[in-house]
Design a protein around this ligand. Structure first.
Ligand code: GTP
Length: 203
């Protein structure tokens, strides 16, 4: 079975958990308990082959600092870098992360097809601080694929992004060494706990 590890990275509150939860459950839920980082697992069938997908969702508060980020970058095969189109500082964070990924030049992470830049919260376009063209330019500069969407409103786009990433990773992803995971892993039960958990966030 192929193992594919994807880290979903970005500033606090950009919608990383929402993106993962939307992909795994098809549902958008406005509140998440995310006081700890976690890894979600899912088995998929891609072109008749079984793929074991691991999705890393960091807790922004607990994972600040370059060394935590380095660990995450070492661990992952592919990256989904999320920013919030209504928050310019989150765009600058995404830029710093993609720069670091490129700087570290690690294994398959070098492959252009395995870094996606995602501008989330397109439904908040009346509060837009980052133009679509800026996202496109950043993606072109760092040779990533670019998407803009609303996790709240666009399930199909969310599903497309993950299936594209899995497809790209499984095309060239064989013979990788085992890497230490950045931290704890969680099951669907934990996911449900997170979704219906404690921390309240505003939309
Ligand atoms: N309007 C709108 N709100 C969204 C969207 N996606 C996520 N949110 C909201 O943004 C807030 C933060 O979402 P999270 O998924 O917890 O963000 P995160 O990046 O995981 O945050 P940390 O766990 O703190 O790093 C929540 O209130 C979500 O409901 C979206 O597409 N549109």
């Amino acid at each position: 079975m192929n193992d594919i590890k994807i880290a979903v990275l970005g500033s606090e509150g950009v919608g990383k958990s929402a993106l993962i939860v939307r992909f795994l459950t098809r549902r958008f839920i406005g509140e998440y308990a995310s006081s700890s980082e976690c890894i979600y697992r899912k088995c998929l069938s891609v072109d008749g082959r079984q793929v074991h997908l691991e999705l890393y969702d960091p807790c922004s508060q607990a994972c600040e600092g370059k060394s935590a980020l380095n660990d995450q970058i070492h661990w992952a095969d592919g990256f989904i870098l999320v920013y919030d189109i209504s928050d310019r500082s989150s765009f600058l964070t995404a830029k710093a992360i993609v720069h670091l990924i490129r700087e570290l030049h690690l294994g398959s992470a070098k492959r252009d097809s395995l870094i996606f830049l995602v501008g989330n919260k397109q439904d908040l376009c009346h509060m837009r601080e980052v133009q679509r063209e800026e996202g496109q330019r950043l993606a072109a500069e760092y040779r990533c694929q670019f998407y803009e969407l609303s996790v709240a409103e666009h399930y199909q786009e969310v599903a497309f992004i993950f299936s594209k990433m899995v497809q790209n990773a499984s095309l060239g992803g064989k013979g990788k060494e085992r890497r230490r995971r950045p931290s704890g892993s969680k099951s669907m039960a934990k996911l449900i706990n997170n979704v219906f958990g404690k921390r309240r966030k505003s939309v």
